[in-house]
Design a protein around this ligand. Structure first.
Ligand SMILES: [Zn+2]
Length: 226
């Protein structure tokens, strides 16, 4: 009887492990897979739900909006081009968030008939995908320097602060956060929405400091504090 008990225990453990795998394998890549199972098995031993060990980050979906870069919606030009920099930074933000296990939707349209059409397509993609956060990436121009982040609702204010503080930690002047109720993409996106003005493309000091990878990492660090 004792041996039968052992066999049953082994079978039960095997079954449970396989059972967890089938639950977790749906949405999680191999790299993050084993530690999650470990936590879940501990919970299982306490008789609690098998979902408690799942990190909340796997449920969070970001829309990353690479600003401009479509016909009728082109960015500012200074020492560098805003289109080029938003692409450099935006693509890295998308890659880094995905590597951390977050779901990410890119909202950059392949083409557009007008500026409003460009904005509308971006918003539609975000709303259709029911994202949790909409993050529009831009660069500033006009004689200033430093980073600032716009938000639409108070729900997005904390996220905006997190991001601007991370950018300021790279040495950019901290211009703070500001509420913007007018910008089309902030106004019409259902998710918590922010628009990041990373730095000034016409500022010599900002462009000397600019590094796409460090900037993308700072933005990601701010976003994942959400
Ligand atoms: Zn812009």
């Amino acid at each position: 009887m004792r041996n039968l008990g052992r066999v049953l225990l082994v079978l039960f453990t095997l079954f449970t492990t396989l059972g967890f795998k089938s639950v977790e394998a749906k949405g999680i890549k191999c790299g993050t897979y084993l530690p999650t199972i470990k936590v879940m098995l501990v919970d299982s031993a306490n008789g609690t739900t098998n979902r408690i060990g799942r990190s909340p980050r796997y449920k969070i979906k970001f829309a990353i909006d690479i600003g401009h870069n479509t016909p009728h919606d082109t960015g500012a030009r200074g020492i560098r081009s805003e289109d080029e920099l938003t692409r450099e930074v935006g693509k890295r933000v998308i890659r880094k968030l995905r590597a951390l296990g977050y779901a990410v939707v890119s909202t950059l349209p392949s083409t557009s008939k007008s500026q409003i059409d460009s904005f509308k397509q971006r918003v539609d993609i975000a709303n259709k995908n029911k994202v949790d956060y909409f993050v529009s990436i831009h660069f500033n121009c006009g004689g200033g320097q430093g980073s600032e982040v716009f938000y639409y609702s108070s729900a997005g204010k904390r996220l905006a602060k997190n991001v601007v503080n991370q950018l300021a930690a790279l040495g950019y002047r901290n211009r703070g956060v500001r509420c913007d109720k007018q910008h089309y993409v902030l106004k019409h996106t259902k998710a918590k929405a922010i628009l990041i003005e990373c730095a000034f493309v016409d500022s010599e000091s900002d462009m000397a400091r600019y590094n796409a990878d460090r900037m993308a990492q700072a933005i990601v660090n701010g976003l994942i504090q959400a």
